[in-house]
Design a protein around this ligand. Structure first.
Ligand SMILES: [Zn+2]
Length: 273
């Protein structure tokens, strides 16, 4: 059976987060079908569950792998059915941002944890997602990463692809540029500039909502051209949404050491153990 994100997440949650979630009882398929949520094949004789999500609160119809009629019902694999249960939604309120693999389950709540993830990702295959609202259906939508240099990450409804070699090179370039800009302004104006983040962008917004997200301001563009940095400018202009998101973590104003947090430890800490 082809691995599904849902299966990877649930197996990892059970093994590494210490939380076992029971699948709802399904029925036996009398034909070969596909899971409506993750798209995995359910062979004739396999089990599936019919979901009828509340038409008023379920708004992810367009994200289903097998399109159902909005407000109607659809068949899902037992793993996806588990992700739709109240028990999983309760679990997700405590671990809304995480990466799951067969080897471990780690938090991605804080920038220091995301820094660990981007600099030293776990061995693939893994599934990584950051839920941006309560009860968000993101686990079954998050793509599986099979190459640690091409990280797939779901941030809410946005599915990012992060080319890690590009990100790391961009991070170094941004840091050098920020240093050069600070030095230039100090030399020419005799005063320090208020350029706190280690990058020349107007904004790097981790929610990717700010209109200036990923834009290099005209004054810095002009300066880069004048100082022979056109290659760097073209490189940064060519970055995708995934690398820009990565830069918002790696090149933020506050420097933090990477932290690797096992979900089990975070959940125990939250319970006060
Ligand atoms: Zn499924």
């Amino acid at each position: 059976m082809i691995a599904s994100s849902s299966r990877i997440v649930l197996d990892s949650v059970a093994r590494h987060a210490g939380v076992t979630l029971a699948a709802p009882e399904g029925i036996v398929a009398d034909d070969d079908i596909h899971c409506g949520a993750c798209g995995v094949a359910i062979p004739c004789g396999g089990r599936f569950v019919v979901l009828r999500p509340d038409a008023g609160s379920f708004t992810d119809w367009q994200y289903l792998a097998v399109h159902g009629a909005p407000g109607g019902e659809f068949a899902v694999c037992p793993s996806c059915a588990t992700l739709f249960t109240k028990a999983f939604q309760v679990y997700q309120t405590r671990a809304a941002a995480a990466v799951y693999s067969a080897e471990g389950a780690w938090m991605l709540s804080f920038d220091a944890e995301r820094r660990w993830f981007l600099l030293t990702p776990p061995e693939p295959p893994f599934v990584a997602y950051i839920a941006t609202t309560m009860g968000q259906h993101v686990a079954w939508r998050a793509p599986i990463t099979t190459d640690k240099n091409l990280i797939r990450l779901a941030v809410g409804r946005t599915l990012l692809t992060i080319n890690r070699p590009l990100l790391l090179e961009a991070s170094d370039i941004c840091r050098d540029l920020a240093d050069a800009i600070r030095q230039e302004i100090k030399d020419t104006q005799g005063k320090a500039i208020n350029l706190k983040p280690d990058h020349p962008f107007a904004r790097l917004d981790r929610k990717m909502e700010d209109p200036e997200h990923g834009m290099i301001p005209p004054r810095f563009r002009e300066w880069m051209r004048k100082t022979g940095r056109t290659n760097e400018l073209a490189f940064l202009d060519g970055l995708g949404e995934g690398e820009l998101w990565g830069l918002s973590v790696l090149n933020k104003a506050k420097h933090e050491d990477p932290i690797k947090t096992c979900i089990k430890d975070r959940l125990a800490a939250k319970r006060g153990e």
